[in-house]
Write a protein that binds this ligand. Structure first.
Ligand code: AMP
Length: 613
């Protein structure tokens, strides 16, 4: 049987090269566009997501159509980012590996223009470029596009998004009228429709899936949490997916940095990618991500453009994008090359409307998911360890020398004992961490949730609950679960009767049922924590809530705290951690930051004319 690419009209030397890349069958977009593009006589509009095989869909026909005996530019591929530019140029070079005299040059900003000029001078048939640098080179009169036959506008929506419209106009004005233009775009906003009209005559249109829709292999999920629980909920989702290889999208550079910092402190392999990094730094982060030294890449929309990593299992929208189209771009980073993937959005109740809007645009329903309980996470992690042990590749040769000592160490263990202990190594970490972990789902169906929306009646009394102040907080290594455990142990009241718990820096608030107030106050009367008296007060009766700007805890100063360091949820005193809880490292609210409300911070993205929520 003939190779299916041969049947599409691709010649043997190219088919041999792509076979070596593992291309056995054409992807749907390749199957449908290659025969059309090979005629060389059509303008073309292809609506397709990233990761669908677009590059070969236009790259293979270009290699068929150009005359490689000639050494002048015959094809120009414009794309939005340096990463994509390099990727496309490399891909085309790989497809042409077995051909002679094929010269492809990647032209992009942030690298030496002299090198690029030299390569152009040596002779090139295919130029792959980002618009800014391309225009620069055109303005230097260092390239001649008068014999260009094909222009490819890849990720056209992204290029417009990034404000390249004028650059594209100027670049295209230097190419001949009769050239053919092939445009690829993941979405079809009105602006793309307009440039298609402007540059093309009667283009052949190919839509993979419905317009603006996402990839069918992506499942879309959302979780509803209270704003202050977002970080903790996010970590639970990550812990519930031990094999996650994900991209986490934030709206601002600051947010990406803060989340990445908190994750690193909490023991995850994570790093951030945003516009303030130098190209070198970005390359380094991407290299680590590609090599999977990083499990989580925290990125802004702009920085993540052109990320072409396969096998991304999850896209997490830590913050929803401002423009609906960006949601499609974000989620398109997973489920590439025929794989499946999950796009998760962590939202608060007020953002449900946005989810519905996205559903309408992508033509797909989101699934409402529940933040896993601590128990769920522990169970998941336990079986992940079990599977890992089951599937591990044993390096017989290397381990052999140690086996006698290992057997000796375990000689008194039964098989069952051994299995139990082995599985407990990691499991205990999670168990410790998640014991008493609170429910993080904001139960909006009931119109209220357990911790919120109780009518405030003053003097700490809210409905059946009284709000109490305690002079212990995150600097004492308490998260809400820890504090709940501590309160219940000390007072012997049931955790179920404790209401909302707010852990602050050097103090916290918690709610107990009105009838339990006396019992709690009495139980804590003589209580000490690490040699320090514990103070409980009814909130509002002389506690920090009355003071603007929060508690400045005089008694804590004696202990050596410096007020300036005390930010709500933002205490940075790393030294405090040494005395306290560290073992697991993965902490729900890290003392180094935990969740912060980032609202109101400037966005990295420049203002755009896109559809906004
Ligand atoms: P692209 O959309 O061009 O970025 O391609 C996404 C990924 O799919 C890249 O890693 C390609 O190497 C891979 N790919 C493209 N076409 C095929 C194919 N026909 N068979 C297998 N993998 C492919």
């Amino acid at each position: 049987m003939n190779n299916p690419f041969i049947e599409l009209g691709i010649r043997h030397d190219i088919v041999n090269a792509i076979s070596e890349l593992g291309f056995e069958n054409p992807t749907p977009i390749q199957e449908q566009s290659i025969p059309v593009l090979l005629t060389g006589s059509n303008d073309f509009v292809g609506l397709a997501q990233t990761g669908t095989g677009k590059t070969a869909a236009f790259g293979l026909p270009l290699l068929e159509l150009l005359d490689f005996e000639e050494n002048h530019p015959q094809a120009l591929v414009l794309c939005p980012t340096r990463e994509l530019c390099l990727q496309i140029a490399n891909d085309i070079k790989n497809y042409a590996k077995k051909m002679n005299n094929v010269h492809v040059v990647a032209v992009y900003g942030g690298a030496s223009i002299m090198d690029q000029l030299r390569q152009i001078k040596r002779g090139v048939q295919i130029v792959v470029a980002t618009p800014g640098r391309m225009l620069d080179i055109i303005n230097r009169k260092a390239i001649d596009f008068s014999a260009v036959k094909y222009v490819v506008l890849d990720e056209a929506d992204e290029m417009l998004n990034m404000g390249f419209q004028e650059d594209i106009d100027s670049i295209l004005s230097t190419t001949p009228e009769e050239k053919k233009t092939w445009l690829f775009s993941a979405t079809m906003p009105a602006e793309v429709r307009r440039i298609a009209k402007k540059y093309m005559t009667d283009p052949f249109e190919l839509t993979m899936g419905a317009k603006n829709t996402g990839n069918a292999n992506i499942e879309h999920e959302y979780y509803i949490v209270r704003a202050r629980d977002k970080y903790a909920a996010f970590k639970r989702i990550v812990d519930f997916n031990p094999d996650i290889f994900g991209i986490v999208f934030c709206r601002t550079k600051i947010e990406t940095q803060e989340i990445a910092e908190s994750l690193i402190k909490d023991g995850y392999n994570a790093d951030s990618l945003h516009g303030d990094l130098s190209q070198q730094q970005r390359d380094k982060v991407m290299k680590r991500y590609r090599e999977r030294s990083l499990q989580l890449l925290i990125a802004t929309d702009v920085a993540a453009r052109g990320i072409d990593v396969n096998d991304v299992t999850h896209v997490i929208n830590y913050s929803l994008p401002d423009e609906i189209e960006n949601y499609t771009h974000r989620s398109g980073r997973t489920a590439r090359a025929g794989k499946t993937g999950v796009s998760i959005s962590i939202v608060n109740a007020k953002e449900l409307g946005k989810i519905r809007q996205i559903e309408r645009v992508i033509g797909k329903k989101f699934v409402k998911a529940e933040i896993p309980t601590g128990f769920d996470v522990c169970e998941k992690q336990l079986f992940s360890i079990v599977h890992k042990v089951h599937n591990v590749t044993v390096n017989e040769e290397q381990i052999e020398q140690y086996l006698p000592r290992i057997y000796e160490e375990f000689k008194d263990f039964t098989k069952e004992d051994f299995i139990k202990r082995f599985a407990s190594i990691e499991f205990n970490r999670f168990l410790d961490y998640y014991k008493n972990a609170p429910d993080l789902n904001a139960n909006i169906e009931e119109g209220r949730n357990r911790f919120e929306d109780r009518g405030e009646r003053g003097n700490g009394v809210r409905g059946n609950f009284t709000r109490l102040f305690i002079n212990l907080g995150s600097v004492d290594e308490f998260n809400r679960g820890d504090l709940l455990g501590y309160i219940c142990n000390t007072t012997k009241i049931s955790g179920r009767t404790v209401g909302k718990i707010d852990v602050k820096g050097v103090y916290s608030f918690f709610e107990v049922q009105n009838e339990d107030v006396d019992k709690v106050m009495t139980s804590f009367k003589e209580a000490e924590y690490k040699g320090r008296p514990v103070r409980i007060e009814i909130s509002g009766e002389g506690t920090s809530e009355r003071r603007e700007g929060g508690y400045r805890g005089g008694d804590r100063r004696e202990g050596g705290y410096r007020g300036g360091d005390r930010r709500e949820g933002g205490y940075r005193g790393g030294d405090r951690r040494e005395g306290g809880y560290r073992g697991n490292e993965r902490r729900e609210h890290s003392s180094g930051g935990g969740f912060r409300d980032f609202s109101g911070k400037p966005r990295e993205d420049r203002p755009e004319r896109r559809r906004r929520f």
